[in-house]
Design a protein around this ligand. Structure first.
Ligand code: ZN
Ligand code: ZN
Length: 333
């Protein structure tokens, strides 16, 4: 236990560590992050939902360091297991090893390309029914990790669209400066109106449902001994599938490359829910599906630096094409 803290709440099932930190500050009588800075961490600006690893996490880890390794901590309480299989081993060990960048000014962190700040995933999201049942069970609501996955739009337990933005006042929870937790009664914390609307239960397309299964599976199946195998298996699978598809086309290599990229772009843009996962934050930097980075071959051929969402979408597209079953154990080495 860190000397400055005499207590720290135990994370609740699948709770994101930033959520536990929020509860800690509330229990310590703080009303915002700024009044609570220096207690555990000074890295409190824009603590958003999808950052795989940052200085604040390293600081909060100090509370757990007698009982967990950094990797166990990251696997249990952050979105690290979702991002990790898509990073090369050097990047992984720099980030999780909490190494310093060569200029020694800051620790290694991940670029936004890897995190894929899509329009959907920068705000904290929650399921109204989970919040209500958490409130009944634990007397408090909290931010679930699996609801923060950038490629997950629905709660898999209640099959409903996650709450993100209030339909009345358009507000969403971008950072946790004021220590917000999900509302237990479904009421917007800004305008006090009920947040659920008719779109709460919009049906899932099959492709989005598969991508959500694959994403949650990446988050939950984090057996470290299989790490290398899982990564290689995933990369080899992607590469094999691309080449299989290209040879199936029975046309010249150049034309086959153009064709598979075209098919993948169609797969993304033809499904409005997948298209939403891929659209980037803000109108100005919205990147169309046609940029090279989102091309299937670019995703399959780069060794690192592609977003987890891109890899997962590419795999879904090709696994379906090859009739490979998608289940919740695909990442298990
Ligand atoms: Zn739920
Ligand atoms: Zn509102």
């Amino acid at each position: 236990m860190n000397r400055k803290t005499s207590f720290f709440p135990t994370p609740l099932p699948d709770e994101h560590i930033v959520s536990t930190f929020t509860r800690f500050l509330r229990l310590s009588g703080k009303c915002n992050l700024s009044s609570g800075r220096n207690i555990i961490t000074r890295d409190y600006r824009s603590l958003d939902s999808t950052t795989p690893w940052r200085v604040a996490y390293t600081d909060i880890y100090s509370v757990f360091k007698d009982t967990l390794s950094v990797e166990e901590f990251a696997n249990r309480y952050t979105l690290w297991p979702f991002f990790r299989p898509f990073l090369n081993t050097e990047v992984q060990s720099n980030v999780i090893g909490m190494k310093w960048a060569p200029d020694a000014k800051k620790r290694f962190t991940l670029t936004s390309t890897v995190q894929n700040h899509s329009e959907l995933c920068k705000s904290w999201r929650w399921c109204k029914e989970c919040a209500s049942s958490d409130y009944d069970h634990y007397g408090i609501t909290y931010w679930h990790r699996e609801h923060q996955l950038p490629s997950v739009l629905h709660c898999r337990h209640h099959r409903r669209t996650l709450n993100r933005q209030c339909p009345h006042c358009d507000q969403s929870i971008w950072d946790i400066y004021d220590l917000p937790l999900p509302s237990p009664d479904g009421v917007c914390r800004f305008c006090r109106q009920p947040m659920s609307d008719a779109s709460s239960n919009s049906p899932l397309s099959e492709a989005v449902s598969d991508i959500e299964i694959m994403s949650v599976s990446a988050l939950l199946n984090n057996n470290n001994s299989n790490l290398e195998r899982t990564i290689n298996k995933m990369r080899n699978l992607l590469s094999d599938l691309v080449h299989q598809r290209m040879s199936d086309l029975k046309i010249s290599n150049k034309n086959a490359r153009i064709q598979v990229n075209k098919e993948f772009r169609y797969f993304i843009s033809n499904d409005s829910q997948i298209d939403r996962i891929f659209s980037r934050q803000g109108d100005k930097d919205y990147v169309s599906k046609h940029r090279t980075k989102d091309s299937l071959l670019h995703i399959a051929e780069s060794t690192s630096g592609q977003s987890a969402i891109s890899y997962i979408a590419a795999l879904r597209f090709l696994m379906k094409e090859q009739d490979i079953p998608i289940n919740d154990r695909i990442w298990d080495g």
